[in-house]
Design a protein around this ligand. Sequence first.
Ligand code: M6R
Length: 614
Amino acid sequence: MCGIVGYIGKKEAYPILMGGLSRLEYRGYDSAGVALGGRKDIRLYKRQGKVADLASFAEGKDISGTIGIGHTRWATHGEPSDRNSHPHLSQCGTVAVVHNGIIENYRELREDLGRHGYRFVSDTDTEAVAHLIEHICERTGTTFPEAVRLALREVVGAYAIVAISTGDPDTVVVARKGSPLVVGIGDGEFFIASDATAVAEHTRRVVYLEEGEMAVLRRNEEFYVSSINGHDERYPIVMEIEAELEAIGKNGFAHFMEKEIFEQPETILDSMRGRLDPETGEVRLNGIADHIDRLAEAERIIFVACGTSFYAAILGEYLIERYAGIPVEVDYASEFRYRRPLIRKKDFVFAVSQSGETADTLAAIRLAKEAGATVLGICNVVGSSIARETAAGIYTHAGPEIGVASTKAFTAQVTVLSLITLALAKRRKMLSDEELIRLGKELFAIPEKVKRALTKQNECREIAVEISRSSDAFYLGRGVCYPVALEGALKLKEISYVHAEAYPAGEMKHGPIALIEDGTPVIAVAPDGEIRDKIVGSIQEMKARKARVIAIVTEGDMATAALADRFVEVPVADEFVVALLAVIPLQLIAYYTAVTLGHDVDRPRNLAKSVTVE
Ligand code: M6R
């Protein structure tokens, strides 16, 4: 949540900060602000609304300076407003702070600072940190970086923090605990961001701050990294980021989400590139090569994930149990972390995450590690916290996903889960060589078939217009198409705000069918497969209650199509891979519904791309 940027160097900071904020706006967008440092004072410009509103507000004002910090917010403490926007200034205006995360003991800090005469102008937890740093500087006369360290030792919670001070105007101090932070190294300059995409246009050389670390960045190019709790310095390890800048642009599409939907033929191929030999059915997963044999012997695999990644994990459960014969459990990371799960040392826990920064998933990983399980990751963002905190893992290689509603990351996760299934099935001799080759070929053929599924834009647009007039929609699926239905409903909710529910089709008669009225849209995910006839039965039940049924069917299945009011065809495919096709029209329907309703597709209300708070 929230995007953080910072700069210190020889160039004008303001345009760099604003460029970074625009790139990070997908992380939060209820307000934005920048603070420009100096010896005399810190100039602060902040505004409720989008980065564009901040730009208009700052027009004509003094935006000069070569050091600054910026923030785009997703509110946690205090409503979105000018005064709650970051950066926050200390009482005497000597310190400015931007923060991502949650300070859990902020009430105690506020009360304590209040006793020392500090007054608060915002409702945020962050303002306490700005005051605290100033207070420590004044009380102890220590240096600015040391005051930040001492302040953070009093802070309980999760944070990525960047601070500047008038007392030390050639220094930026950054720290992280629970929220990511990266420092880009330029030519006599440093770029700071909560996400590497915001530094990629300036430099490819970055240092990722580790948990519990802080860094001091000086104008004279000095760069110190040390732990917040001690003073032990570490040599900063510089990494090269590969982010393709054009991959971060919209490439002529109206929205990032649209671009990402249409990228899927390539991204699915990228997810299996070099991993699957379709001629032999051989799967090589180098990332987990040291674990795969033990994984194949596992008594149980547990998936932990949130949101779309959770639905991908449910698909993983269907695939691994059916084709590889290993018992699988799937848990919401947010539940897993608190429900005292019984984790055994021989368990394998897989964390699935696009961002690799989801706070609940990270907490679940830590719990599983403490219990002695082997924890592996399936992540999209290279070098993310989850990627670094797991014993090993597989990158999904979907490229940067900017649209808040996940699309290409989902299909990449499902592709990787399909590869894992094949690798395990082979080791466990659950499938014959012929069967492995056949399924491998089915998977390999998916990118071309996704291209065909993407040609159904017009049908999806027309369906979207109908759905945009409804207040509710139901999604039904069975087997591997149940998680597809869940994902379709989530997409619709997230960006169109039309209330949507997904059910295993067989469950409707146990209660939810009471909600079906004349004209209620019901999207039935009904491609060819073992249980297609069962879902056909559900379509008939829905029609009998006058629902308006939209069926996702296999090309040429006119019998099922004829039962529905509308239908969208997807290419013929084996059940093993059909979810990768069936989800495409659901993504398009959600996208066009939101467009029809005039919503900000890439920045849906109340959401943020990566949920780095609990
Ligand atoms: O980055 P992660 O995959 O861990 O994120 C998990 C969820 O927050 C995420 O999938 C969320 O549900 C998306 N907005 C779905 O479109």
